[in-house]
Every structure is written in structure tokens, then in C-alpha cells.
Design a protein around this ligand. Structure first.
Ligand SMILES: C[S@@+](CC[C@H](N)C(=O)[O-])C[C@H]1O[C@@H](n2cnc3c(N)ncnc32)[C@H](O)[C@@H]1O
Length: 384
């Protein structure tokens, strides 16, 4: 995939006051630093967040620059967005685009050293199938939106192929988010590292000393975000919850292979809108890269469910596409058309005022920061 628009990361100097926090070290020994412009910016130039190695001696310099718009022109109810929707709704064209989107995803991943087809084969030829029986809750009634074709899979997330490809797709998403990072590991240090740092900073500041003991990862997929949470918060118990028993089967299989006997993660087949888990039982609820796949009513339900599940002082963290991301606002027509053809709820996501939904649900201290060039992390506190 030509990610020319996505590669347009430029350094921007700002005289604004900056706050500063460090995250884990990349392999080359430098330390990444997040610099947040914290001036008020209404009516003036948009705020920018940049990330650079703390040591100024070369290395990757990325810029989390906001565009001039509230959201990309290709989303929501703009003429361009409606035109793209009309194109996609034309079935023969949709079938071609679906295949195109898939080819682009796989070839882009493999060009950046993500062995997509080998990873998929390894899962499909493993004993993963037996895990599904131990995890699946047959009483689950799937919401309508979850039964639609999705991500170019006719059965959406309810298929072995989608589950087997999910980890490679996640790696690819991370690489696309920071095209200037020289390796997946370094891209992860920005995408996952900054997300985790935003959570930790928020919790330290607003939790009133509540220790993080129990974490819930809603929409855990095959467990990649769950693994990052487990590493960041080592003395915690974690629940990974997802609606796809196929994804959870892969998560459980991978977890067993990685952490024999450790058992820190409990995998739960459930709906994040109504988990059935006990109220006030978690100190941190995280929802990573789920909301752009959901209609607005599901987003609202999940936010309300997170509030019910959190103890007072507990932290809620949502990370997902940033409507303000300059890269996303300037995505090429080919790329945004392909993306929209496999993500049916992007328009609803971009039209959702997430911070407003959280405040309305009753969350306090709602804060937003771009944590990489494409994504935003919104953190909030369950009131005392
Ligand atoms: C892009 S994946 C999440 C990736 C993962 N959190 C990570 O950061 O690596 C989105 C996940 O949300 C799940 N999902 C969507 N709607 C859901 C719901 N209502 N309840 C639980 N999981 C849901 C999907 O099954 C899918 O696994």
C-alpha cells in the first residue's frame, strides 16, 4: 500500500509550554519522550504533540500533528463521505474493493516484515480448535451489528480465518500508525507505550491512591492488548473479554504457550455492552481499538457498562482512531475508500462525541491526548 499521505510526518516547533513524560526504552537505547503542547488553542493554530528520542542524536522523530478539521472529510455526513458510501453500497464494486482491501493489507504487512501468511498458517494448523469449546458461551445473543460481514470476512469476527489473521492485522495497524518507526518493536513502543503511559499517568493523578489489582480488557481480540496491560501492570489479575469465541480461542492458546501455569488472564466470552460481570469489581477498564468497529448505541452502552464495573476512583481508558489526526484527515482517496469498505461503522464512530458520552454517563476527569500519529487515548475516572 502506498502510505504516502501517512508518511507525511514533519517536525513542528512550538513555543507552547510542554509537559514531559518518559516511556520504555527502544532497542537502540534511547528513551522516548512525549511532549504535549498545553497552550489553549481555540481560534489559533491547532495543538501538536510530537514524539522524539530524548537524546537528540538522530533516530526516529515523529509528529502527532492534528489537522485543521474536527474529523476527516471522508467520514460523517459530508458529500464526500456520502459519495464513498454510495460507491460501497454498489454490490459488485464492494466485492472488488473487499478483495482489494485484503490484498493491500496482506502485502503491506509482508513488506514491513510481518509474516502474515505464515502466522495465519501456524494458527490454522494448530490445535486451537479445542480451545473454543472451553470458552464459548452458547447462551450469548450476538448484537445485529456483529453479524454483518466485516473486515472483508463474510462472517465478520465469527470465523477461524479472522481469528488466525488478527495478530498480524494488529501488528500491521501499529506499523501503519508510525510509518517512520524502523521496526515493529519501536512502533509498539510509541503506540502501546504511550497508551499505557497515559493510563498510568491518569490513574496516579486521579485515583485517590486506589491500587490497580483487577483489570478488564473489553474487546481483547486475540489478547495483544491484554498482554501489554499484563506486562505494564505486573501484579494484577486481568480479564480479557470479547464477543468472538474464535478470537478468544486463539488468545487462550497463545497465552498457554507463552505463560505455562501463570494463569493471570481469565478469558471471557461476553458482550462489552452487558458483560454480566459484578459491579464495582475492576480498578481499570480498557477498551482498545473497539469503538471504530461499533455503532453509536453500542459505544454508549459500553461506556455505561464500564462505569458500572469500575470501583470509585478506577480508571477508564479508550484508545482508538483520532478524528483530529492529520494523517487520517489527509489519507488518500484510495485508502479511505478501501478502509470504509471494510469498516461499516466508521462514520458513526467519527460522529460520536466520545468525551461527551463519557461525561454524560457520569465519568469525571475526562482527558484526551493523541498518543501516536493516528490514535487518541481518552481517560476518565469513576467518581468517588
Ligand atoms: C480491533 S479488535 C481489538 C484489538 C485489541 N483490543 C488490541 O488492542 O489489540 C476489536 C475487537 O472488539 C471486539 N468487539 C466488538 N464488539 C464487541 C462487543 N460488543 N463486546 C465485546 N467485544 C466486542 C471484536 O470481536 C474484536 O475482537
Amino acid at each position: 500500500m502506498s502510505l504516502s499521505a501517512a508518511n507525511q510526518l514533519q517536525y513542528h516547533h512550538s513555543a507552547a509550554r510542554m509537559s514531559f513524560s518518559t516511556i520504555s526504552k527502544p532497542s537502540n537505547g534511547t528513551t522516548w519522550a512525549i511532549h504535549r503542547d498545553s497552550c489553549t488553542h481555540r481560534g489559533s493554530a491547532p495543538p501538536r504533540i510530537r514524539l522524539a528520542p530524548k537524546s537528540s542524536g538522530g533516530g526516529v522523530t515523529a509528529d502527532f500533528e492534528e489537522g485543521q478539521l474536527e474529523r476527516p472529510k471522508w467520514t460523517g455526513e459530508t458529500p464526500l463521505s456520502r459519495l464513498v458510501r454510495a460507491l460501497i453500497s454498489f454490490k459488485p464494486l464492494y466485492s472488488v474493493m473487499k478483495l482489494g482491501a485484503r490484498q493491500v493489507l496482506i502485502s503491506t504487512a509482508e513488506k514491513t516484515s510481518i509474516p502474515w501468511r505464515d502466522m495465519t498458517k501456524e494458527i490454522l494448523e494448530s490445535d486451537v480448535y479445542k480451545e473454543k469449546d472451553s470458552i464459548e458461551d452458547n447462551s450469548i445473543v450476538y448484537p445485529d451489528y456483529y453479524l454483518n460481514p466485516f473486515h472483508a470476512y463474510d462472517e465478520g469476527n465469527l470465523s477461524w480465518l479472522a481469528a488466525a489473521e488478527a495478530e498480524a492485522a494488529t501488528m500491521s495497524m501499529v506499523r501503519r500508525a508510525v510509518p517512520s518507526a524502523p521496526s515493529l518493536q519501536e512502533a509498539n513502543q510509541i503506540v502501546r507505550g504511550n497508551w499505557l503511559q497515559a493510563i498510568e499517568d491518569h490513574h496516579l493523578k486521579h485515583s485517590g491512591g486506589l491500587q490497580i489489582g483487577q483489570i478488564l480488557d473489553i474487546g481483547c481480540s486475540v489478547g495483544v492488548s491484554t498482554r501489554f496491560l499484563a506486562e505494564k501492570f505486573p501484579s494484577t489479575k486481568i480479564t480479557g473479554l470479547d464477543l468472538s469465541p474464535y478470537f478468544l480461542a486463539v488468545a487462550q492458546r497463545n497465552d498457554k504457550r507463552r505463560n505455562e501455569g501463570e494463569n493471570r488472564v481469565r478469558w471471557v466470552h461476553g458482550n462489552g455492552e452487558n458483560t454480566g460481570l459484578p459491579s464495582n469489581s475492576f480498578d481499570l477498564v480498557s477498551i482498545a481499538y473497539v469503538f471504530h468497529e461499533c455503532p453509536q448505541r453500542a459505544i454508549k452502552n459500553m461506556v455505561e457498562e464500564a462505569l458500572r464495573l469500575l470501583r470509585p476512583g478506577g480508571t477508564f481508558a479508550v484508545t482508538d482512531n483520532s478524528p483530529k489526526s492529520k494523517i487520517l484527515q489527509e489519507l488518500s482517496p484510495v485508502l479511505f475508500t478501501l478502509m470504509k469498505s471494510t469498516e461499516p461503522f466508521l462514520d458513526e464512530y467519527y460522529l460520536t462525541d466520545l468525551e461527551g458520552v463519557m461525561k454524560q454517563a457520569g465519568f469525571a476527569n475526562v482527558q484526551t491526548a493523541m498518543t501516536d500519529p493516528r490514535h487518541t487515548t481518552v481517560t476518565a475516572t469513576a467518581p468517588f
